[in-house]
Design a protein around this ligand. Structure first.
Ligand SMILES: *Cc1c(COP(=O)(O)O)cnc(C)c1O
Length: 961
């Protein structure tokens, strides 16, 4: 009988989540291990991971729990957050996410599991959605060229400062900020200005630029429209004055207000920046949301971040792709215009779709209603004897109640509304799309005023200044007029997502990008209002659940990386790099080592590294890569010697960007420390280490992680992301902090890296949930299977393509590079051809030409099962056979399935004069006719679009939508 007894405790556990997250089951793992030549996962990783870096003992993490239990735990955390009506303002506003967008974009894996559209042929849907976003921003700001999103408003304003410095005529002088700008924006700019030697002056510019500042020279001016105080004023005089001084003028503008107000472009601004959060994106306690930047034509080529443009495909049909890639950090490195890589694509898609759904009239109606509530609120307060500071405002009021401000704010809180405590005498009140009569009554009550909405409504006059009312038409493109019914909207969203290839279709084996499972349980809490509807500056007592979750996540990340302290504030890997390097800089300066400004970076490093170092005020010295792909030790020693007294930091990626565990990493770290330098370990490849080794223990002083790689935050088509920075204790005093939330970082910190205190807090539940579901054992096993997958692919492909680099025992880490260069030389077939041909086989290409030109870097992750991995290997092997046929002359070099790839359905219609059959074109070996992914366009000509730059929705006659 006992043989039939399964203990209840085991039955209760159910299927461990680990088995849902990790693709290959035990049997598949055994097959893969056999191919690689090892008996067990432990044997494999014992052989692959160098002894010196291995961490002893298991991770100290709470035991794994089931999805059901973890959801219940999340629920109880959510219940400890209090959602009050938010009237705090300061750039974050209540908004109503249209459910059709919530469910079909934000909660839809077809959108959120997509990668950055570097392979434009399989990304036409999200590229069109981003083009809509760019059109919204360009139209509303009155500036012709908008990027496809930046990280938030504060960093967008800081990027504008760098742009102004780069392109402006005034080469010295100060960056001048109007005192009525958002306080967090001012702080983010100050953090970034200091290391690059820019002096920031904050002054009241309402009466113009004071003469004593003008005399010092001004290269850039930042104004807020409407101001943080709510005031709407005509910026033309100060813009004119700034232009006379030769300054570049940036206006940080509220997109909803711009539906009614004269756009910044028309007022004379050169650059507009801001945030699109209130276009249907939940506040999420600070993010993620899409920041924006739009510029005059002449600055289009200097715009930071990604830009979507219109081009043509091989048949001359309209097609979208990322434009002007040559500006980007991955090419320009330390000369890049910005370090931004991952941005906020998913949120930009949402904001653009909000505009598509409402159209210009709907948006203006929301703006008018918001303004009307503000007006009635103000009139009610005035009638009750409260002074309203500004006569003209859009949605935000500043009320003067001498000595009583704290009391009023407390009373409002009692009534369920958060207001902004400006100072002892002033209260800020912001209306938004979700404001209603109940909030008005609560606010009046808090001020001790009685008022009647209906009565006020018959007399109160709107207060937007006549001279600033918008008169031009905007969003005239049909896309903003055709999707007003939910049916039309639903189908538009479906149509676009159907054009794209995301993880919900198949494997995306992108080296360095770790495209793993984003489990539904991890995603669920993100759209719960208890996480979504909190304002980042809400009183911390209302965010107990969030703060518990954030503390636990920071502690667990510290445990797995071996660091003493982690800050989750940076909202992308690039921002984590900047935060980490600023900590290093502050540390050296605190020790009196101001001269330590050299940052050594291997030539194989990710482009963000060099760009971030420059932003942190450092000078980049490149270290060579040896033939075996490892850091050239001799060159490293020479460079350390040469710069010994100026050495600030060595920035290495581990495992290296070549996907190899370098054996001498501990020595390298020791040498740098001996010279007085710090070691920055870029932790984007942590998926090869988690549970096996800890960068904080094998020599790193500081690392950033990418939660959107290793910790399951989906890539969203190019963002959101979270790039926490982990440091050893001596750097902890220099982590980011925040002026509006003292609990968000150390008092001695370097200032805010992101606009919000906890960065993109709204998506932190994803990573918290992942760690909670997996536990120490699960995380370790995930790493082992990721390493197994990469080695399995390397072994299977080796006879067909040379694997470029290997580490100990001929093994790779979690990714492998296959070298196409010899084949290209012999046959003319390029990496590009192989990448595009993979589309015909139903795959997203691996990472192309990074870190080595002419190669493909493949990272399967632990989430891909053996069947999918085999399907990929077989496609690669079949493609090798096709290359052979080009090489042998059977197929002509310029006319073969590779050079013509990808093949669309339309390409099959009509005459067929190719030297290969239609079947070969679209149904090569292993492709099921029933399940075929059809790319919507043929190969895209990027250069054409760069010569003829079009970055907003193309005119109707081009529109086959
Ligand atoms: C992805 C990556 C980064 C940059 O991260 P973002 O979040 O895109 O800014 C930096 N270094 C390496 C090695 C990476 O793979």
């Amino acid at each position: 009988m006992t043989a039939n007894r399964i203990p209840l405790s085991r039955l209760e556990r159910g299927t461990p989540f680990e088995h849902r997250h990790i693709g290959p089951d035990t049997e598949a793992q055994a097959k893969m291990l056999a191919q690689v030549g090892y008996g067990s996962l432990d044997e494999l990783t014992d052989a692959a991971v160098p002894e010196v870096i291995k961490s002893a003992g298991a991770l100290d993490l709470p035991e794994a729990r089931s999805e059901r239990d973890v959801l219940a735990e999340l629920r109880s955390l959510a219940d400890r957050n209090q959602v009050l009506a938010s009237m705090i303002g300061l750039g974050y506003h209540g908004t109503f996410t249209p459910p059709v967008i919530l469910r079909n974009v934000m909660e839809n894996p077809a959108w959120y599991t997509a990668y950055t559209p570097y392979q434009p042929e399989i990304s036409q849907g999200r590229l069109e959605a981003l083009l809509n976003f760019q059109t919204v921003v360009a139209d509303l700001t009155g500036l012709p060229t908008s990027g496809a999103s930046l990280l938030d408003e504060g960093t967008a304003a800081a990027e504008a400062m760098s742009l102004a410095r780069r392109v402006g005529k005034v080469k010295n002088g100060v960056f001048l900020i109007d005192a009525d700008c958002l306080p967090q924006t001012i702080a983010v700019i100050e953090t970034r200005a200091e290391p690059t030697g820019v002096e920031v002056v904050v002054a009241d510019l309402s009466e113009g630029i004071p003469a004593e500042i003008a005399e010092r020279g001004v290269f850039g001016v930042l104004l807020q429209y409407p101001g943080a105080s709510g005031q709407v004023r005509d910026l033309r005089p100060v813009i004119e004055q700034a232009h006379e001084l030769g300054a570049i003028v940036t206006v940080a503008a509220d997109l909803l207000a711009l539906t009614l107000l004269t756009p910044p472009g028309e007022l004379g601004a050169d650059i507009a920046v801001g945030n699109s959060q209130r276009f249907g994106v939940p506040m999420g306690f600070g993010g993620p949301h899409a920041g924006y930047m739009a510029v005059r034509d002449k600055f289009a080529r200097s715009l930071p971040g990604r830009l979507v443009g219109v081009s043509v495909d091989a048949d001359g049909n309209k097609a979208y792709r990322l434009a002007l890639q040559t500006r980007e950090q991955h090419i320009r490195r330390e000369k890049a215009t910005s370090n931004i890589c991952t941005a906020q694509v998913l949120l930009a898609v949402m904001a653009g779709m909000y505009a598509v759904y409402h159209g210009p009239d709907g948006l203006a109606a929301i703006a008018r209603r918001t303004h009307r509530y503000a007006t009635l609120l103000a009139e009610g307060l005035r009638a009750g004897g409260v002074e309203i500071v500004h006569g003209s405002y859009f949605d935000t009021l500043t009320a003067r109640v001498p000595g009583r401000a704290a009391e009023v704010v407390a009373a409002a809180r009692e009534a369920g509304v958060n207001l902004r405590l400006v100072d002892a005498d002033q209260v800020g009140i912001a209306c938004d799309e979700t404001t209603g009569r109940a909030e008005l009554a609560a606010v009046w009550g808090a001020f001790g005023v009685e008022a009647d909405v209906a009565a006020l409504d018959t007399t109160a006059q709107d207060t937007l200044p006549e001279a600033l009312l918008r008169t031009d038409e905007y969003l005239t493109h049909p896309v903003f007029h055709q999707h007003r019914s939910e049916t039309a909207m639903l189908r538009y969203l479906r149509k676009l997502s159907d054009r794209d290839y995301a993880l919900d279709r198949g494997m995306i084996p992108l080296g360095s990008c770790t495209m793993k499972l984003n489990a539904t349980t991890e995603m669920e809490p993100v759209t719960w209002s208890e996480f979504g509807a909190l304002h980042p500056f809400a009183p911390v007592e209302q965010a107990e659940g969030y703060l518990t979750l954030i503390n636990e996540l920071e502690e667990r990340l510290a445990e797995v990386t071996g660091y003493d302290k982690v800050s989750i504030q940076p909202n992308a890997g690039s921002q984590g790099e900047l935060a980490g390097l600023l900590a290093v800089r502050a540390y050296h300066r605190a020790n009196g080592d101001e001269q330590r400004t050299i940052c050594l970076i291997p030539s194989s490093a990710h482009g963000t590294n060099a760009a971030s170092a420059v932003m942190a005020g450092m000078k980049v010295v490149v270290v060579k890569t040896a033939d075996d792909g490892e850091v050239d030790i001799e060159d490293l020693h020479a460079k350390i010697e040469q710069h010994r007294d100026q050495l600030a930091v060595l920035m290495i990626t581990y495992p290296s960007t070549h996907g190899v565990f370098e054996e001498h990493v501990a020595d390298v770290c020791a040498t740098v420390h001996d010279a007085g330098g710090q070691v920055y370990v870029d932790g984007a490849n942590l998926n090869a280490l988690l549970g096996l080794a800890k960068p904080g223990k094998f020599g790193g002083d500081v690392s950033h992680l990418n939660l959107h790689k290793t910790f399951c935050i989906p890539h969203g088509g190019g963002g959101p992301g979270v790039g926490p920075v982990g440091v050893r204790a001596h750097l902890a005093p220099y982590l980011p902090n925040h002026p509006l939330q003292p609990t968000a970082g150390p008092e001695t910190g370097v200032g805010p890296i992101s606009a919000a205190p906890w960065g993109s807090a709204g998506i932190l539940p994803i990573s918290w949930t992942y760690v909670r579901l997996m536990g120490a054992e699960g995380l370790r096993r995930a790493t082992q299977v990721a390493v197994l997958g990469a080695n399995y692919i390397a072994k299977r492909l080796e006879p067909h393509y040379p694997v470029l680099y290997t580490g100990p025992n001929g093994l790779v880490a979690h990714e492998c590079i296959v070298d196409l260069r010899p084949l290209t030389k012999a046959t003319g077939v390029t990496v590009d051809d192989v990448a595009k041909r993979l589309i015909d086989y139903g795959f997203h290409a691996p990472t192309m030409s990074f870190p080595v030109a002419g190669t493909l870097m493949i990272e399967p992750t632990e989430s891909e099962d053996l069947a999918e991995i085999d399907r990929f290997c077989e496609a690669m092997i079949a493609i090798r056979g096709e290359i052979e046929r080009v090489g042998s002359g059977e197929w002509a070099q310029g006319d073969n399935p590779l050079s013509n790839a990808p093949h669309t359905a339309a390409a099959l219609a009509g005459e067929w004069e190719r030297p290969y059959t239609r079947e070969t074109a679209v149904f090569p070996a292993g492709v099921s006719a029933a399940d075929k992914y059809w790319p919507p366009v043929r190969r895209i000509d990027g250069a054409f679009g760069d010569r003829n730059l079009v970055c907003s929705c193309p005119p109707l006659e081009d529109y086959d939508g």
